[in-house]
Design a protein around this ligand. Structure first.
Ligand code: AMP
Ligand code: MG
Length: 408
């Protein structure tokens, strides 16, 4: 049986960045740039006013005010000024409008009293050259490189691309992930389970984990433990970049997933890991796809929901990063200290749901095992314990695998 680290290496050996393609900005969130983005012009393209007020010559406003000036023009955003400001003159100007020649500062409207074509300015602070004005090219220069290959497109960067007219960036796209839940006992969340049945918590959870990882998810219909229908649903999943299957991968009588995947041409890379929860995890590679893209990365996660989360965080999330062309990075990067003594019993490394408190103090919860999702819903992540029976003292350092957070 592989260790977690060996299994992760095997997964990443098969997770190559997806081929880049051009996508409209509206579809580019979470994409990773595959080209350099440059400025198509200076920004701002002209000296512009940063406030509503009066464009003035700062030299006219030396010493103590108030200052009485002639207003020679009204300049609104989108208009081009026609008049040059001479001594004793100013123009009314709005935020974003081009500065008129002769003016080098803007005094805010709140510091003015207007009467026809005259204005009295009483600035609260001395008016220095450039105050209230953004000079041409201050934000960027034409031809300057702004972002490059490997940069993730977050909302602000998408705004930046829009500002330079980069409307269809070349990106490594978000991977497409099929989510297949298997099991005769599984019913959708909006149905009342009959005798022996259980609601499908995995599909909702994995769908959200996938989307939180900047990938697209496609949730398949629930697959019964029946060979033909299961085969049909798994075959459809093999058209995506990744397929996550839950249930049916262990040694039960109706655990049909491994055999069906084999029949569909999926090459198993490993099946079973020294890990708790999540030992029966299966990983394989689908056949090359008709469009020439590499075979689907197939993860068969055990049906118990907590096994699914842990398997996702340890193996699927790094694989998705690699497909997006990013450094996968180790999953458990935080080292925390036990809040209290904790005894761990077991022959496999164990990821134990825990709360993370102030100062990276970790408090393992009262967990009932891999079917107990409720306790994990109260957790911040998982404390990792090595195999073996050990009594840990308070303050013992332990690696911590965080659950994703949704707030930025
Ligand atoms: P299996 O891996 O198919 O043997 O399933 C292991 C356990 O997980 C069984 O108790 C299943 O009922 C449960 N299970 C399987 N799939 C799901 C699911 N989609 N949502 C919630 N529980 C599940
Ligand atoms: Mg099952």
């Amino acid at each position: 049986m592989l260790s977690v680290a060996e299994a992760l290496r095997a997964v990443l050996d098969h997770a190559q960045p997806l081929p880049p393609r051009r996508v409209p900005l509206a579809d580019a969130l979470g994409g990773v740039l595959a080209e350099a983005v440059t400025a198509d012009r200076d920004l701002p393209p002209f000296d512009k006013a940063l406030l509503d007020g009066f464009a003035v010559r700062s030299a006219d406003l030396e010493g103590d005010g108030p200052f009485d000036l002639e207003v020679i023009e009204e300049i609104t955003a989108g208009r081009v000024p026609r008049k040059t400001i001479g001594p004793g003159q100013c123009s009314a100007i709005m935020t974003g409008a081009p500065m008129p020649d002769g003016a080098d500062a803007v005094v805010m409207v709140e510091d003015s009293t207007r009467a026809g074509d005259r204005v009295t300015l009483s600035p609260r602070k001395p008016v220095a050259p450039n105050s209230g004005r953004l000079t041409k090219g201050r934000e960027m220069r034409e031809g300057e490189t702004l972002l490059g290959p490997g940069d993730e497109l977050n909302p602000v960067r998408l705004g930046l691309l829009a500002s330079v007219g980069w409307a269809t960036p070349q990106v490594v796209p978000r991977p497409a992930v099929a989510i297949v839940s298997t099991g005769d006992e599984i019913v959708p969340p909006d149905q009342a389970p009959g005798p022996g049945q259980i609601r499908n918590s995995n599909a909702t959870m994995l769908d959200a984990l996938v989307r939180a990882s900047n990938a697209e998810s496609v949730v398949a219909p629930i697959a019964p433990d029946e060979p033909d229908r299961l085969r049909e649903i798994l075959a459809e999943g093999l058209t995506r970049d990744v397929m996550l299957i839950t249930g049916g991968v262990s040694a039960g009588k109706l655990d049909l997933v491994p055999g069906t995947l084999e029949a569909l041409g999926v090459t198993a890379v490993f099946h079973k890991i020294r890990l708790k929860p999540g030992k029966p995890l299966l990983f394989g590679i689908g056949p090359n796809r008709p469009d020439g893209t590499p075979g689907t990365l197939v993860f068969g996660l055990p049906g118990n929901p907590v096994s699914g989360v842990v398997g996702f965080l340890l193996f699927v999330a790094p694989a998705l990063r690699a497909l997006r062309g990013l450094e996968p990075g180790p999953a458990a990067t935080i080292t925390a200290r036990l809040a209290r003594p904790f005894s761990h019993r077991g022959d496999r490394p164990t990821y134990f749901p825990a709360r993370l408190g102030e100062g990276l103090v970790v408090d393992p919860l009262n967990w009932a095992g891999s079917a107990d999702l409720r306790t994990v819903a109260m957790a911040d992540g998982f404390a990792a314990f090595e195999a073996g029976d050990r009594d840990h003292d308070a303050d013992t350092p332990v690696p911590f695998l965080p659950l994703p957070r949704i707030d930025p």
